[in-house]
Design a protein around this ligand. Structure first.
Ligand code: SPV
Ligand code: MG
Length: 556
């Protein structure tokens, strides 16, 4: 008996957990799903195991298994994935999705069944979906079976008609694989673009579609029904119930520190979002959008939002230890690179202390601005923005760099010439001095409504770095000129874009709205639609992780 594990998919419904990790590597009770599968299969004496990989295939590496690579995993379905391993379809074979945790006895039941084509069908599936609230019934691969034979299968079936759910685990005998291959290649050769059973084409079809096709062509497909013994992990809710951790995996300071430089080297461009507290950091870290899984590459610890979240002004009034305490909270709950707003850094001794502490915490960059301590927020129109002497500031950069123990943490010089009104030439002269002093990057700030002035700077910056032979990243903070898209900023030569204050601003608006609604209604019911419910808070902070860990340790 052989086994084939289909582990090519992107696992989009597991959100942030699968942005850098393939679904089959998500841990349940401390062990990746696929390792649970390998352990069960091997305990049954099945050692000829193939894994079809796709998304983040390089992370799926198990000695003693065979690998197949589905390079079109973004577009094709589980059926195509299965056939990447068609070399293996020459013996009795068990096929399973890579996101199922199963117990040994249900696989034994499947092995004991002697029919040529059989699948494990779960009973009581509707009850299960009462608990699986985040899995809609339309997503269930429903089965109608009669006298042990599958009649119909697919997500499209009405739940009232169905009497089982496909577990994602099936078996073909040697003869069964011959039938399977014949039917598959026949359908493929007819017309690859025509709808195939319930799929738009054979390319996007799932295992359920080939089973339906086999039934349609008169072959028997046996339903081996099981009560429990398996769990499919599709959503964060499934993962919670299965005993998996839904919080972002932890990272050491050493491993995290280098992530910003790595991302810049790999992608050339990163987008960063602000956080000012533990919960805002979790939201920033785990945010994900769209089918191409857009996410933020890192977190900005803003002086404006951190001081405002504590009800204070952005005038360097928060002590260094308070800033580092906030940084620690943010680092504890996230695993992406963090850039710290270092304000002016205070006097050079204070700045040395800040960068060293930042480095030891695992912060990837400190941005320090060339104004005189105590600075005023750059976006305030009325404040007197006093620039530091550029030579004095260049020395501060040098001292900051010297204080670091590694090459990992970057010291980025922030130029405030456009904020203070001293113009582009001044900004460029400063950039030259700061780069020569060893700055790992330059941030050009502006409070103009138009991006024109930072674009002019970026064009000159390109010339400057080629003249100096120093290629260092360029940073901008498009708060006031936010009609420009990231892609355009990237084209103009920016490497880091920081959305510097949006999570705090969003929460202020919501908080004000909710206060107003409660006051108007003299109760909170009407405000519910503007509030996350308490269970969402539990989920955001990963309360289920604690409960699962307690369960796991109780059984140790
Ligand atoms: C911050 O976010 O604290 C910044 C950017 O330094 S700004 O508020 O625009 O000065
Ligand atoms: Mg600031």
């Amino acid at each position: 008996m052989k086994a084939i594990i289909l582990a090519a998919g992107m696992g989009n419904r597991l959100l942030h957990l699968t942005s850098n990790t393939p679904k089959c590597k998500i841990k349940v009770y401390g062990k990746p799903i696929i390792e649970h599968q390998l352990d069960v299969l091997r305990s049954l004496g099945i050692t000829d195991i193939s894994i079809v990989k796709g998304f983040l295939s390089e992370q799926i590496d198990y000695p003693g298994t065979k690998s197949y690579y589905n390079e079109d995993y973004r577009h094709n379905g589980t059926l195509s994935s299965f056939f990447y391993a068609d070399n293996e379809l020459n013996d009795d074979v068990i096929v399973t999705y890579g996101d199922i945790i199963f117990e040994k006895d249900i696989i034994e039941e499947l092995i004991y069944d002697k029919s040529h084509i059989s699948m494990l069908v779960g009973e009581d599936w509707e009850k299960a979906y009462l608990i699986r609230k985040d899995s809609p019934l339309e997503e269930v691969e429903k089965v109608i079976f009669d006298n042990g034979k599958v009649k119909k299968i697919g997500k499209h079936l009405a739940s009232e008609e169905a009497n089982g759910e496909f577990t994602g685990i099936a078996k073909f005998t040697k003869k069964g694989t011959a039938i399977l291959k014949e039917v598959y290649y026949d359908a493929l050769n007819r017309n690859t673009n025509a709808p195939f059973q319930n799929a738009s084409s054979i390319k996007t079809a799932h295992l359920t579609d080939i089973f339906q096709e086999l039934i349609y062509r008169g072959y028997d497909v046996t339903a081996v029904h099981v009560k429990g013994g398996w769990i499919e992990i599709d959503t964060l809710g499934d993962l919670k119930r299965a005993g998996g951790e839904i919080s972002a995996p932890k990272i050491t300071p050493e491993a995290r520190r280098v992530l910003l430089k790595d991302a810049l080297a790999k992608k050339g461009f990163v987008r960063i979002i602000e956080a000012h507290s533990g919960i805002s950091a979790i939201i920033a870290n785990n945010a994900i959008a769209g089918p191409d899984k857009k996410s933020f590459d890192g977190i900005w610890i803003s002086s404006l939002t951190e001081s405002a979240s504590k009800g204070q002004h952005d005038i360097e009034v928060m002590g260094v230890d308070s800033r580092l305490a906030t940084a620690s909270q943010i680092l504890e709950v996230s695993n992406k690179p963090v850039i710290m707003d270092g304000d002016t850094g205070g006097d050079p001794n204070a700045f040395e202390y800040i960068v060293r502490r930042a480095e030891s915490l695992g912060i990837s960059a400190v941005i320090v601005e060339d104004k005189v301590y105590p600075k005023r927020n750059s976006l305030d129109d009325e404040s007197n923005q006093i620039l530091e002497n550029p030579h004095v500031f260049a020395k501060k950069i040098k001292r900051g760099k010297n204080a670091l123990l590694t090459e990992d943490t970057m010291v980025i010089a922030r130029i405030e010439s456009l904020i203070a009104g001293t113009g582009l030439e001044d900004a460029l002269e400063r950039a030259k001095l700061y780069l020569q002093a060893g700055a790992d990057g330059i941030m050009i700030h502006s409070k103009s409504k138009s991006p024109d002035e930072i674009i002019s700077f970026a064009r000159k910056y390109k010339e400057l770095i080629s003249e100096l032979g120093i290629n260092k990243p360029l940073v901008c903070v498009p708060t006031t000129y936010n009609s420009i898209r990231e892609s355009e900023l990237q084209r103009e030569g920016f490497n880091i874009v920081i959305h510097a204050n949006h999570l705090l601003r969003a929460s202020i608006k919501s908080m004000q709205k909710v206060c107003e609604i409660i006051l108007q209604n003299e109760r909170s019911l009407e405000a519910d639609q503007h509030c996350s419910n308490v269970n969402e808070i539990f989920d955001i902070v990963g309360f289920s992780d604690i409960k699962n860990k307690e369960k796991m340790w109780r059984n140790q």
